[in-house]
Design a protein around this ligand. Structure first.
Ligand code: PXG
Length: 460
C-alpha cells in the first residue's frame, strides 16, 4: 500500500468511528484528517511522510520533547513492577510517594500536599469541591461563589467548563452551573481602548474586585485564573494586573486558584506562572507538563493553609478517581521532573532559548498585519490586525486565523489559531537552529496570509 493509500484508509476509518474533541466532525470528515504517525524531539511525522515542527508541544504538554527513551524506560519499568494499584482504602505505592515528595520540592514553599487526578479538568473539578469544603470547615458555608474570567479556559468537565469563560462551551449542555461568575480578562490589545496597558491592568483588577464587593466577599469562595491565559490566545496581562488583583483578593479573604496546567513546570521560564507574576495562590491546578504528556496525569497542589484545616478539622473528603496517582503516570512524572532539573531546562527557557526566540518573535510586529507579538519563556502569540493603529480585527467570517493555521501546517509548522491570534508553545529542547527555522516558517505564513487577506480586499 502506498503512503497515500494508507492515509486514505486510515482517514476513512477515522471518519466512520471517531468523534473528535472541539471539532465539527462532519466538516473534518469532508476534508480528511491529518494523521500523525511518529515524533522525535521537536518534529512530528505524518502518514504522508511530511516532517512538521511541533510549535505547540503536542497540545501545550510535551515540554521535554517527543520520544525521550529515559521516560519511556521509566514507565515501562514501573508497569513491569506494579502496573496498577489504587490510592484509596489505606494504600499507597512508592512512585506516588516519591512524586509527592518531589513536587513539594519544585512547587512554591506553601505547597506540600498533592491530590492526583487524570487531567486538568478533573483537577479543577476537584478544587471546586475542595474550596467549598474548606469554607464549610471554616464555619463560613456561605462562601460558595467562584469567580472565573471571560475567555479563561479550565477544562471540559462540568465544573471546569463552567469556571471557564468560553461562551461557545456554555451554550452546550446548560452551563455554567450555578454559583459561578465571570470577570473581565486583562486583554489590553483587544479591550484596552485608550488606556495605556498599566492603567488598563489596574482597571480590570479593580473591576474584578468590585464584582466581588457587589456579591459580598462573605459569599465568594475563590477566584480561578491562569497566570497567562493559554487557550484564550496567550494573553499576557499588563504587569500591574496581578499584584493589584492578588492583594485585593487577600484583603477580602477570597482564595486564589492559579491554574498552572499550561504555565506550570517551566513554560514561562519560572517553575510556575504564579512565581513569574509574584502571586501566592492557595491552590494550583497541575496537568500537561507534569508528565510532559507521556502519560495522562493531573494534580491539585494544596497549600499548607488549606491542608491544615482539611487535616485537622475535616473528615473524609468523598472524592477520588480510579487513576488518582496511577503508578505509570507517577513514574513518567518523576522522570520528567528529574529531566527538567538535571538538564536545567527551566533555566534554559528563562535564560537561553526563551530570550532567543522572544527577540525574533517580538520583531514580527514590524509586519503591517501584526498588531502585537508577545512571549514569556516559551509561550507566545501574535495578533493579526486589519489596521494596526486602530487595533482592529478582521471579520470572523474571514477566518484569517484558521487560514494561517492551515498554511502553517502546509509549510511544516504547527501553530494554533485562537480567532485571529496565533499561538505557540514549543518544547524546551528547541535548539537555536530550530528556533530560526520556526521563525522563518512563521514569516512565510504571515506573508501568505497577508497576500490572502489582500486578495479578499480585507486590507489596503
Ligand atoms: N486548565 C488549563 C489552563 C488548560 O489549558 C485545562 C485546564 C484542562 O486540562 P485537560 O487535561 O482536562 O485538557 C487546560 C487544557 C487548546 C487546548 O486548544 C487547551 C487545553 C486543552 C485542549 C485544547 O488550546 N488546555
Amino acid at each position: 500500500m502506498s503512503a497515500s493509500e494508507n492515509t486514505l484508509a486510515l482517514q476513512h476509518i477515522d471518519a466512520e468511528h471517531h468523534l473528535h474533541p472541539f471539532t465539527n466532525t462532519r466538516e473534518l470528515n469532508a476534508r480528511g484528517v491529518r494523521i500523525i504517525e511518529s515524533a522525535q524531539g521537536v518534529y512530528l511525522r505524518d502518514t504522508e511522510g511530511n516532517r512538521i515542527l511541533d510549535g505547540m508541544s503536542g497540545l501545550w504538554c510535551v515540554a521535554v520533547g517527543h520520544g525521550r527513551q529515559d521516560i519511556i524506560d521509566a514507565v515501562s519499568k514501573q508497569l513491569s513492577q506494579l502496573t496498577f494499584y489504587n490510592t484509596f482504602f489505606n494504600t499507597s505505592h512508592p512512585p506516588v510517594i516519591e512524586l509527592s515528595r518531589l513536587l513539594s520540592t519544585v512547587t512554591p514553599s506553601q505547597f506540600n500536599r498533592f491530590f492526583y487526578t487524570g487531567s486538568g479538568s478533573e483537577s479543577n473539578d476537584t478544587i471546586f469541591r475542595l474550596a467549598r469544603y474548606y469554607w464549610e470547615l471554616m464555619g463560613e458555608p456561605e462562601k460558595q461563589i467562584f469567580v472565573g474570567r471571560e475567555n479563561g479556559y479550565h477544562g471540559s468537565t462540568v465544573a471546569a467548563a463552567s469556571l471557564g469563560g468560553f461562551s461557545s462551551m456554555h451554550r452546550q449542555g446548560g452551563l455554567p452551573i450555578p454559583g459561578i461568575v465571570h470577570a473581565p480578562q486583562p486583554f489590553w490589545w483587544g479591550n484596552g481602548g485608550d488606556m495605556d496597558p498599566d492603567t488598563f491592568g489596574r482597571h480590570v483588577a479593580q473591576q474584578t474586585l468590585q464584582m466581588i464587593d457587589e456579591i459580598g466577599a462573605h459569599k465568594v469562595a475563590a477566584m480561578i485564573a491562569e497566570p497567562i491565559q493559554g487557550a484564550g490566545g496567550v494573553i499576557v496581562p499588563p504587569r500591574t494586573y496581578w499584584p493589584e488583583l492578588a492583594a485585593g483578593l487577600k484583603q477580602r479573604n477570597v482564595l486564589l486558584i492559579s491554574d498552572e496546567v499550561i504555565c506550570g513546570f517551566g513554560r514561562t521560564g519560572e517553575w510556575f506562572g504564579c512565581e513569574l507574576m509574584g502571586i501566592e495562590p492557595d491552590f494550583m491546578t497541575l496537568a500537561k507538563g507534569i508528565t510532559s504528556g507521556y502519560v495522562p496525569m493531573g494534580a491539585v497542589a494544596v497549600s499548607d493553609r488549606i491542608a491544615s484545616v482539611l487535616l485537622e478539622q475535616g473528615g473524609e473528603f468523598a472524592h477520588g478517581y480510579t487513576y488518582s496517582g496511577h503508578p505509570a503516570a507517577c513514574a513518567a512524572a518523576i522522570k520528567n521532573l528529574q529531566i527538567l532539573q538535571s538538564e536545567k531546562l527551566v533555566e534554559r527557557v528563562r535564560d537561553d532559548i526563551g530570550p532567543y526566540l522572544q527577540a525574533k518573535w517580538r520583531a514580527l510586529t514590524e509586519h503591517p498585519m501584526i498588531g502585537e507579538a508577545v512571549m514569556e519563556g516559551l509561550i507566545g502569540s501574535f495578533q493579526f490586525t486589519s489596521d494596526k493603529a486602530a487595533r482592529s480585527t478582521f471579520p470572523a467570517e474571514a477566518k484569517i486565523g484558521l487560514t494561517a493555521r492551515d498554511l502553517s501546517f502546509q509549510n511544516g509548522l504547527v501553530l494554533r489559531a485562537v480567532g485571529d491570534r496565533m499561538v505557540i508553545a514549543p518544547p524546551f529542547c528547541l535548539t537555536h537552529a530550530e528556533a530560526d527555522e520556526l521563525i522563518e516558517k512563521v514569516q512565510r505564513v504571515i506573508e501568505l496570509t497577508y497576500a490572502h487577506a489582500r486578495g479578499l480586499g480585507l486590507i489596503a
